[in-house]
Design a protein around this ligand. Structure first.
Ligand code: SAH
Length: 313
């Protein structure tokens, strides 16, 4: 008996980018007309709660049961993090659009975010709006861990982006080069190899072929922060929030090609196989509730590589 491997439809990268170039550079544009209702708020809250439960060391809220005062706890955490004015925790926003996820999900949680987005006008809009992003209004004195917040804008596809050395990506960009440091020009740009606490992919992996996606996930895996007991840090994660279509009734893989934006929507089974092929395990997964019923299911999951994860036991 021979086993025939099913061939899935594959996205067209260039045509995908071309499609997005024709979309207005607004939250409503990147969310396909769902930007003005409750969806963006429900979405961002869902992601933030999910990430905080998974990475409690990013939370600046003192534990409920505490043998010290909240201010003593904060002082201890600031000192564990290396003192005032430090930029320590970092995230990548993959296919960042106009910066919606960076503003509402990532910047409240981490010190530094790298946005990767191929469409120039989206990135330009993100950069323009970033001047008003609340977490960037905080100074070292007012930010929860007295951290120094920073944002970098990279114009690139995920296929072409060097995760471990983000500052080297910018020969391929224009106008927005060099990436902008938001607060304090005197601070050095991050040096390679960088590590991430969160590599976040939302609504953009449909533009990567299977081979590209596996390659990207392997790269992401090699750049995650290692666990560090002295920081109560369980190590970085890849966070994925994507549309999924139904597996076949007998649990088989399916993919759905969208001729409009030249992307591919995958079923859970397909994603699970791809994650396994990249050497990542799913440690937590949840369906996003509260979205309009006509949409695809939107599944959140966290992928992780290290064996010991005390917080998730
Ligand atoms: N993640 C954002 C934007 C979603 S829209 C949000 O949730 O708000 C999908 C985004 O993926 C668009 O900004 C589009 O330009 C981007 N994209 C398209 N092809 C891509 C590719 N090959 N690599 C990275 N991003 C891509």
């Amino acid at each position: 008996m021979s086993v025939v491997r099913e061939m899935h439809p594959t996205p067209d990268v260039a045509k995908g980018v071309e499609y997005w170039e024709g979309v207005p550079a607004t939250v409503d544009g990147v969310l396909g007309g769902y930007g003005n209702g409750t969806l963006p708020r429900v979405d961002a809250l869902g992601s933030r709660m999910f990430l905080l439960r998974t990475l409690p060391y990013l939370s600046s809220t003192p534990p409920a049961a505490l043998n010290q005062s909240p201010s003593e706890w904060k002082a201890m955490r600031v000192s564990q993090r290396g003192g005032q004015g430090v930029t320590l925790t970092r995230a990548l926003d993959a296919g960042a659009g106009v910066g919606r996820v960076t503003e509402h999900v990532l910047l409240p949680l981490v010190d530094e975010v790298h946005l990767v987005e191929p469409v120039h006008k989206f990135l330009a809009e993100a950069k323009r709006k970033s001047l008003g992003w609340a977490p960037l209004q905080q100074t070292v004195d007012t930010s929860p861990f007295h951290a120094r917040k920073a944002v970098y804008f990279h114009q690139s596809t995920l296929q072409g982006f060097p995760l471990a050395d983000p500052m080297s990506a910018d020969d391929t960009t224009f106008e927005l080069v060099p990436p902008t440091y938001m607060h304090d020009e005197a601070v050095d740009a991050p040096k390679a190899p960088v590590v991430y606490d969160i590599v976040l992919c939302q609504w953009c992996l449909q533009h990567l072929s299977e081979a590209d996606l596996i390659h990207f996930l392997k790269e992401a895996k090699s750049t995650l922060r290692q666990p560090d007991a002295s920081q109560s840090c369980d190590g970085g994660v890849v966070f994925i929030k994507e549309n999924v279509c139904q597996d076949t009734p007998d649990g088989g893989e399916t993919c759905w090609y969208d001729p409009e934006d030249h992307s591919v929507t995958r079923s859970r089974r397909v994603y699970e196989r791809i994650f396994a092929e990249a050497g990542l395990s799913v440690v937590r997964t949840e369906l996003q509730l509260g979205f309009p019923s006509e949409l695809f299911d939107v599944q959140m999951c966290v992928l992780y590589t290290y064996k010991t994860r005390w917080a998730l036991r």
